[in-house]
Design a protein around this ligand. Structure first.
Ligand SMILES: C[S@@+](CC[C@H](N)C(=O)[O-])C[C@H]1O[C@@H](n2cnc3c(N)ncnc32)[C@H](O)[C@@H]1O
Length: 365
């Protein structure tokens, strides 16, 4: 039966004008990313920090050694970045003042604070030319009938995979920036996880961190010195890890995961497709004892859900787009996670807590 024709409700004048403004925003949002990149490249957050955390525009121009004639242009960029939540301002003060907020604080270089993880390279990596070109190729990629395993638009366009050893053949500097950006992204909030999820590690005798450079387990061992920790990663990463109390093992998680009471996968599975996730989790299951003996896999990943509010959900969905454009992985909602756990032979799971955009999941054999 033919679908009943629907009556299109003609928008009101006010709705049309709002729709046009919304279209401007959505078409031009990339300029916010470019303004952020510009602020990072000019070292604006560090300059504001060095000026005591707040500054007038003229002091900022002097501190950045910019030509004085650029002051009105800098005002326009700063105005957008304040409206986007990247800096704060006191526009009611006698002289307009720009301040750091928590976001721009993460972009200050050289801060000696436990919870400060410098995010400059995350910005520079995600708005790099190669990433943007991959995004621009999305419609062409959709039209191609590519054989599985389907390459990401990034891989299809550039011929190399993001974070793969062959990335340096494409662009050595981009490879360095992306690796630094991923490390900074992954290491942010370890302290919060340990503080907020104390019970996750309490009573554990041993833990294998499946993939990592040792930063996460070093923080865990500081808080729980009795836990015997092992880190598994590929030989290239293990070669450069520091020699400390952590036990490092070079290997392939698809073939073997070093046994422990618990195995942790922090920000690993979002990089892989569902079939690969099942294979990795099967190896993790082999590495742990029964649930009665405290065996579990700890997963720290985004759990897509609108329940955290529209801004957090939008951030999660944008991270999913980033995975779709640049990798073969994806972000997952609770149903997606459950399906993977069951396929890998686990019996149960619990979302222990949601921290920011991420969830902490315990998975039981
Ligand atoms: C996104 S990082 C992991 C981040 C880390 N868990 C953390 O939270 O800091 C992904 C890691 O997986 C490692 N990796 C990729 N393939 C692997 C494999 N087959 N076996 C073991 N490690 C692998 C990479 O070398 C990289 O260090």
């Amino acid at each position: 039966m033919a679908a009943e024709s629907q009556t299109i409700v003609v928008p009101t004048d006010a709705e049309l004008l709002q729709a046009q403004a919304d279209l401007w925003r959505h078409s031009l949002y990339y300029l916010t990313s470019m303004a952020l990149k510009c602020a990072v490249e000019l070292h604006i957050p560090t300059a504001i920090h060095n000026l005591g955390g707040a500054t007038s525009l003229s002091d900022l121009v002097t501190a950045l050694s910019l030509p004085p004639a650029k002051l009105p242009f800098l005002r326009r960029i700063m105005r957008l970045l304040v409206t986007s939540g990247i800096f704060a301002s006191d526009s009611n003060a006698e002289v307009e003042t720009f301040r750091l907020n928590p976001l721009s604080w993460l972009l200050v270089e050289g801060v000696e604070a436990e919870d400060h993880t410098y995010q400059k390279y995350f910005v520079l990596g995600t708005v790099s030319r190669h990433h943007i070109e991959a995004g621009l190729s999305l419609a062409d990629w959709f039209k191609k009938d590519l054989a599985p395993p389907v390459p990401s638009p990034f891989e299809d366009l550039h011929g190399v995979s993001l974070l793969h050893e062959n990335m340096s053949l494409l662009d050595k500097e981009l490879d360095r920036i992306v690796n630094e950006g991923v490390a900074a992204h992954d290491n942010l909030a370890i302290g919060t996880i340990i503080r907020e999820c104390h019970d996750l590690f309490k009573g554990l005798q041993s833990l294998t961190d499946c993939c990592g450079d040792g930063t996460t387990v070093s923080a865990i061992m500081k808080a729980f010195p009795h836990i015997k920790c092992t880190v598994l990663d590929i030989p290239k990463v293990i070669k450069t890890t520091p020699a400390d109390a952590v036990n490092y093992g070079a290997g392939d998680m698809f073939k073997f995961v070093p046994p422990a009471q618990a195995v942790m996968l922090k920000l690993v599975l979002h990089f892989w497709n569902d079939e690969d996730c099942v294979k990795i989790l099967e190896q993790c299951r082999k590495a742990i004892p029964s649930r009665e003996e405290g065996g579990k896999v700890i997963i720290i990943e985004i759990v897509l859900s609108p329940s955290m509010g529209p801004i957090m959900y939008e951030a999660q969905l944008l991270m999913d787009m980033a995975m779709m454009v640049n990798t073969r992985g994806r972000q997952r909602d609770e149903n997606d996670w459950r399906e993977i756990f069951m396929k890998a032979g686990f019996s149960d799971y619990k979302i222990v807590k949601k921290i920011g955009a991420r969830g902490i999941i315990e998975v039981y054999p």
